[in-house]
Design a protein around this ligand. Sequence first.
Ligand SMILES: *[C@@H]1O[C@H](CO)[C@@H](O)[C@H](O)[C@H]1NC(C)=O
Ligand SMILES: *[C@@H]1O[C@H](CO)[C@@H](O)[C@H](O)[C@H]1NC(C)=O
Length: 307
Amino acid sequence: MEALIFKIRLIILSWVHLRSHSGPISLVKHFSYKDIKKATDGFRRSIYNSSKRVAYRAKFQNGHAAIVKEVRAFEDQDDAAFYREVQLLGRLHHRHIAALNGFSSGPKRFLVFENMEKGSLKEHLSDPLMTPLNWRIRLQIAVGIAAALEYLHFFCDPPMYHVSVSSSTIMLDENFTAKLCDVSLLCSGENNNPIPTSKCSKECRDEICKHTIFQLGLLILELVTGQSSEDGGVDLVQWVQDSRLRRRSIHQMIDPDLGDNYDFTELKGLLAVAKMCVQSVHKPTVKTPQILWYLQKKLGRTRVVVY
Ligand SMILES: *[C@@H]1O[C@H](CO)[C@@H](O)[C@H](O)[C@H]1NC(C)=O
Ligand SMILES: *[C@@H]1O[C@H](CO)[C@@H](O)[C@H](O)[C@H]1NC(C)=O
């Protein structure tokens, strides 16, 4: 029965998503380098910054706020690849993926995304000055991001495999709706050089999908414990793998910011899914639709909008 429901669901979803694929891309606007520089206050308002990516808060002259991301993945001459990425990203429509509103193509390349009023998830989990996220919002983030991954892996044409799932690349809008902000058509080839997904081997794609599911597991652990495994500290993966998820062990790990304001059954379900995700490295049969399905089943009492 479950298998049948699962199959029907995939058919319905592919119909829904395919319809949105032909959505308009004309709304993606071209910006000059000067516009971008001015809007980001001379590239001073960065919101995340790592060796591979930098993103800024921007405010354009018409008052429109946005998130601007610098793109460094393409060769200088390869405008065609960049335009293709703009075109494909412009066609993604999902509640939990940041919408592309514009781009700039020279002398540096930028993508302009819808505004994320509340900033990155990481800030909310780690900055003591930020209001802690409540249990309901954390659940919605986990399910929403799983739904976004399912959409990227299964319902996009071509599928988008290269996506970074971490609390620093997930942003929250004014209503605390979580959005993936780091989606790309490219995947890493030899020496980490980016190559188009279409040229990726099946092994490479499977590898990336497994890695993404692992990242989703880490994200869930971070939502529950408030701790980031990036920052050293407790090894969350080790803990969830060894743990039999008993009440005492869980109470010791849960984010103190949550206090007692959570549902223990839901929490246990969430951790069971996190465990499955981090073990997916050894069990490549687990795919994003199954994970989303388990999440929704475990959280049966919570109504979560994912599409
Ligand atoms: C990114 O961080 C590095 C080191 O922390 C800093 O030197 C650099 O200016 C930052 N870049 C941006 C654009 O904020
Ligand atoms: C936030 O929610 C309000 C009320 O439902 C809605 O009007 C508004 O458009 C939402 N904001 C975003 C960015 O979706």
